[in-house]
Design a protein around this ligand. Structure first.
Ligand SMILES: Nc1nc2c(c(=O)[nH]1)N[C@H]1C(S)=C(S)[C@@H](COP(=O)(O)O)O[C@H]1N2
Ligand SMILES: [Mo]
Length: 327
């Protein structure tokens, strides 16, 4: 991949090197007969400062939770998209209206990270993302992802069921929808300086959809904490819907009575609706949705209804005949 970042499980080189340098230096000084208390103390201070810096640079507050156990229930029949492909081709309009945002996204500070849970709940609260992630049951799932732009990928996500978060939030019986919001920080995210977009990014779903076992809060990918370009520290994935529903870098989760209006619905409601369930037979106003380009390959494959997850979710839409369920 283009971004070189240390992996959680690797012994960071920086932690090893200063000690070697120190030992060599001491050996050198011993050999030359010039050991003095001051020199040793000075060397020691140098080492511990280097260790602190190196640790601060490499430690991630949830790195020890990965890789999480894979849940074999969520299988895919196609190869996992290589991480290098997926991590350098991202939709994250906060950092620009194109796919090459991965280096710009590294500017995002993802901890501490406050998430507000409010609206129609017993008790509104603010939780730190890392603490929330620690108290949730993490597992790995292989999921297909289908973008409305007719490309797709297959990702080993780590996370927890959105239903667990709903339980934690304790919504009132009057709550029918969940509205999710991304951070707002035009200083860090240059894309948010484009004033013609209705920032911050907002998405929504029904509580019934949120309680479906497939609705997944994603905290990691490829066996590590989530890369920033994937929407760290926490994003949603609804694998039966077009990708824009899967909101990244969430800072607010509100329970509402009224259906929330999403970012893309506000931008272009005739092309991007509330439901946005995948259906190869319902074209986008400007292109066909019959097939999809598989990222990292030259293949085009047929798109499946509900992105292949119909057995899990089709029942959610049985009594919604008047709605535009597939755009
Ligand atoms: N906040 C925010 N969330 C977002 C987007 C975005 O631009 N901003 N893009 C969406 C779209 S269109 C897609 S396809 C997926 C892309 O996720 P990926 O980069 O992990 O593949 O994120 C979705 N979530
Ligand atoms: Mo997308």
């Amino acid at each position: 991949m283009l971004i070189k970042r240390p992996r959680g499980w690797e012994i960071p080189e920086a932690l090893v090197t200063p000690e070697e340098v120190f030992l060599n230096r001491r050996a050198f000084m011993a050999a030359s007969g010039s050991i003095a208390a001051g020199a040793i103390l000075g060397g020691g201070a140098l080492v511990s400062r280097s260790l602190d810096e190196a640790e601060a640079a490499t430690r991630h507050p949830t790195a020890d939770l990965y890789p999480a156990r894979r849940n074999p229930k969520y299988k895919v029949e196609r190869p996992i998209t290589p991480e290098s492909v997926n991590a350098t081709y991202n939709n994250f309009y906060e950092f620009g209206p194109h796919k090459q945002i991965s280096s710009a996204a590294q500017a995002l500070k993802t901890h501490p990270w406050a998430i507000r849970i409010d609206g129609l709940v017993e008790k509104p609260m603010t939780v730190d993302a890392a603490k929330l992630i620690r108290r949730m049951p993490l597992e790995e799932r292989l999921y297909r992802h289908r973008c409305v732009e007719a490309w797709s990928m297959t990702v080993p996500w780590t996370g927890f069921p959105l239903s667990e978060l709903v339980k934690l939030a304790r919504p009132l019986s009057s709550a029918r929808y969940i509205r999710l919001e991304t951070f707002l920080d035009p200083q860090t995210a240059r894309g948010q300086r484009a004033s013609w977009y209705p920032w911050p990014y907002v998405e929504g779903l029904t509580i019934h959809e949120a309680m479906n076992e497939l609705a997944f809060m994603v905290t990691g990918a490829y066996g590590k904490p989530l890369h920033k370009q994937f929407g760290a520290p926490i994003r949603l994935h609804l694998p039966w819907k077009y990708g824009f529903k899967s909101i990244k870098s969430i800072v607010r989760i509100s329970f509402t009575k009224r259906r929330p209006k999403s970012f893309w619905e506000t931008v272009q409601g005739s092309e991007y609706g509330f439901w946005a369930n995948v259906n190869p037979k319902v074209p986008h106003p400007r292109w066909s949705q019959a097939t999809e380009r598989v990222l990292g390959t030259n293949e085009r494959i047929p798109t499946r209804i509900y992105n292949g997850y119909g057995p899990w979710v089709a029942h959610l839409y049985k009594n919604l005949k008047g709605e535009k369920l597939f755009m």
